[in-house]
Ligand binder design. Sequence first.
Ligand code: TXA
Ligand code: MG
Length: 358
Amino acid sequence: ETIIRKIDKNNLDPEVIEEAGNILKNGGLVAFPTETVYGLGADALKEEAAKKTYAAKGRPSDNPLIVHIADYEDLKAVAVNIPAKTDALAAHFWPGPLTMIFEKSEIVPYGTTGGLDTVAVRMPSDPVAAAVIRAAGGFVSAPSANTSGRPSPTTAQHVSEDLDGKIDMILDSGSVDIGLESTILDMTVEPPMILRPGAITADMFEEVIGPVSVDETILGSESNKAPKAPGMKYRHYAPKAKLIIAEGDIREEVLAIRQLAYAAHRQGERVGIIATGETLPFYKYGIVKNIGTRENEKTIARNLYRVLREFDDEKVDIIYSESFAMQGIGSAIMNRLEKAAGHLRISASAVVKQQRYR
Ligand code: TXA
Ligand code: MG
């Protein structure tokens, strides 16, 4: 039986926090909100707790977990050979949606790191997360609180859809703020390398520590190389339907998706369309969802996983999506969308031209 407790992040109930802390200290699993997505917490320093986490998520155990801390001084307990640049990065971006990778210390079990000698560490800004981490003793491993292969949860409702009955407790503080997982920056290489794009972008790092590099597998669907973050190799965030991204300028994307949606509709398929506030009125066929506004890409990041889950529930056969500008959080949006699509892309101008010559 999973205990579900509502909690107000602006007025934390100390009894609820203590209850969650005790479950974690006793080796149990507690899902809690962070500013990025809901996490599935366990004691990061216990080998058996990591095993339970993998079992609940149905996640391969070579996929390492992120260790969450609430106080910067605690970094020294789990990481060694911490490079000098770390202080400046932490001062700017912690607490917040940044995960940094270091050499691990002795106290971090290999269960938590998926057998690696490195450890991923993040200090979340959500007050519920910080309080739970402190109540648990300071070190909480937390992957996204979804079943492996499903979109990450942005509400407690999503967590319970996937994990009800499989974990001890869910803390519900409503919708998260960002909606996409943290940026991962590998500090064991020089210059540091982005392994997963998120709300903190390369430009933002550059202002603080100078140039960073980017794992080439993040964007290139062309590349055959294995991603450096083990988790990035899985077809994460996969909706049940086939998802196809139209690429081109936005006018052509709309025209192409209209044609493709009409054709699929005539074949009797249930079609989903990922549209924006700006393009919504142009679609006639299919289940059309407004993912946000192009004027504020944060709204798109916040809604992406919810929209993918809704299409699962509505049992659509195929989803067409517009693409988004690769600026700011746009790189992270396109990275998650392309992974959800298994890199299926279509050239909007080619679709439009083909139609013209028919
Ligand atoms: O925003 C987030 O980071 C959320 C919230 C809950 O904090 N957590 C999250 O965890 O996204 P998860 O487990 O879904 O993703 C962790 C990613 C995986 O791709 C994993 O391979 C990578 O981090 N990772 C963890 N430790 C690593 C390491 N030592 N070296 C390289 N990649 C690592
Ligand atoms: Mg995940």
